[in-house]
Design a protein around this ligand. Structure first.
Ligand code: ZN
Length: 224
């Protein structure tokens, strides 16, 4: 089994699998090569299992491997087309009713960047539209909208009236995005989760609980 030894100031030896499935052994200087080799042999099954688990997780969820992107509540097929200098194609993302076509240099980095840019542009446009609509209904004003690619939060609202939304929200169906936007807009009226806050949400969106639960259940599948 191939592995890389990284010498570090540490007390124990650690075996880690990096994002490219390489085996890295972090070891203090006093541990000999032979001791490391023995340790690797002893942990061979664990290492192989860990690599396999990691690979499966990534391959079943990450669009780059599945070639399926979740967008507005549906999985869409993804085709990556390499652009050459000759063809004069500029790198971009085309989205049609058949799915995504990514025209890139073929590298993973550029394809990912293009997809993120596409979601960001779409998010800015759609979320601004929804925020304007709900702000009018609730009779409040917001300042600006920021789109972030963050791990957990779907949206937030500052006391200054700035709204922030998660880029991954675009994976969800429009009805669910509506709920997140209304929730944040409502915070401009009630800066808490009081009974009055939920009552006002319910008046405008009687089925808000179903929409709220959607994120709890499927949110972890949103990967861009
Ligand atoms: Zn809230």
């Amino acid at each position: 089994m191939g592995y890389t030894v990284v010498r570090q100031k540490r007390k124990t030896v650690a075996i880690v699998i990096d994002e490219h499935f390489n085996v890295i052994v972090k070891a203090p200087n006093y541990v000999t090569k032979k001791q490391i080799e023995t340790l690797i042999q002893k942990n061979e099954i664990w290492i192989l299992n860990t690599i396999e688990k990691k690979r499966k997780l990534i391959e079943t969820k990450d669009w780059y491997y599945t070639r399926k992107l979740m967008y507005l509540g549906q999985y869409w097929p993804v085709e990556i087309v390499e652009c050459s200098i000759k063809s004069h194609n500029i790198p971009k993302v085309d989205f049609t009713d058949k799915g995504f076509i990514i025209i890139s240099d073929g590298s993973e980095i550029m394809s990912r960047k293009l997809v993120e840019d596409f979601y960001r542009v779409q998010a800015k446009e759609r979320l601004a539209q929804l925020a304007n609509r709900y702000a009018q209904m609730v009779d409040v004003h917001f300042k600006k909208i920021t789109i972030r690619n963050q791990a957990t939060r779907w949206g937030s609202c500052s006391s200054k009236g700035n709204l922030s939304f998660n880029l991954k929200i675009l994976c969800a169906p429009v009805e669910m995005i509506e709920y997140v936007v209304l929730h944040e807009i409502m915070h401009l009226k009630h800066f808490n989760h009081s009974k009055a806050f939920w009552k006002d949400i319910e008046i405008l969106m009687p089925d808000y609980k179903v929409r709220m639960n959607y994120f709890k259940e499927y949110g972890q599948n949103f990967i861009i």
